[in-house]
Design a protein around this ligand. Structure first.
Ligand SMILES: Nc1ncnc2c1ncn2[C@@H]1O[C@H](COP(=O)(O)OP(=O)(O)OP(=O)(O)O)[C@@H](O)[C@H]1O
Length: 242
């Protein structure tokens, strides 16, 4: 079942004619160099960036959905989240229930445990480290149980344990009839946790497909301008700059 589809998405010079779709059960990785359009693309899909083209959510034009309906279907974990107020962790995670108009304690607790932030429930967000804050914002998104979870570089600031923990969590999340779109710089992690990859290059979707189809030395040299050693014959695959 298709959860979300982008058709001919464009934003000024930043994004040009991108088509993609995400099916239930899938983790779709968005990769590419700095400035290649990953965040712009994810922001369009999440409805926080104006665009030309179409976004279909569950087969319906996203603009025809109410803000609440859209928020129940699609939620974004932005690259950098900040709270204007020094809210505590439990308050922030509770905000994830806004689209549903409730404060379902079970769902809020579950999300806090999933993201490993329960122990800080009464701490102020601004008194946590950057990586700890990222996990709190993820818990907020999880509490809303969106069908499409969009995460913009969720593991960039996380230690090795939590990189793995969060990507496994996103994998499991997608396994429950939902889908995940995640931008990620670490190509080895992308290979391990994503079903398909979209490789962005200068605002365009350069290639999409399985990690093996997309991560060829030729594609990577063209897009990243570096020679990369790629070997999918070993487990885990090797993807390393030469
Ligand atoms: N608000 C903005 N107004 C105009 N141009 C912008 C804006 N935000 C980003 N850009 C430009 O759009 C292009 C794509 O940026 P985007 O943030 O989507 O890249 P990215 O692939 O997510 O990069 P990174 O890996 O560094 O996070 C870049 O050239 C950037 O300078």
């Amino acid at each position: 079942m298709e959860l979300i589809r982008a058709q001919d998405l464009s934003v000024d010079e930043r994004l040009q004619g991108v088509d993609l779709s995400l099916a239930a059960g899938e983790v779709l990785g968005i990769i590419g160099p700095n400035g290649s359009g990953k965040s712009t693309l994810l922001n369009c899909l999440a409805g926080v960036q104006r665009y030309r083209g179409q976004v279909l959510i569950g087969g319906q034009h996203s603009q025809r959905l109410s803000a609440n309906e859209r928020a129940r279907q699609v939620a974004l974990l932005p690259q950098a989240s900040q709270s204007a107020w020094a809210l505590n962790v439990a308050n922030i995670v509770t905000l994830g229930r806004l689209p549903w108009g409730d404060e379902d304690a079970d769902k809020i607790h579950h999300a806090m445990h999933q993201a490993g932030v329960w122990q800080w429930h009464d701490r102020r967000i601004d008194q946590l480290s950057g990586g700890e804050q990222t996990r709190v914002w993820l818990a907020r998104v999880l509490a809303g149980e969106p069908r499409v979870l969009i995460a913009d570089e969720p593991v960039a600031s996380l230690d090795l344990y939590y990189q793995r923990h969060i990507l496994e969590l996103l994998r499991t999340y997608a396994g429950e009839g939902r889908g995940v779109l995640v931008s990620i710089h670490d190509l080895a992690l992308a290979t391990r946790y994503c079903d398909r990859l979209c490789l962005m290059h200068q605002g365009r979707l350069y290639r999409s497909g399985t990690p093996q189809e997309v991560l060829t030395p030729e594609h990577l040299a063209e897009v990243f301008q570096v020679e990369v050693h790629v070997d999918f014959s070993v487990q885990p695959p090797i993807i390393q700059p030469r």
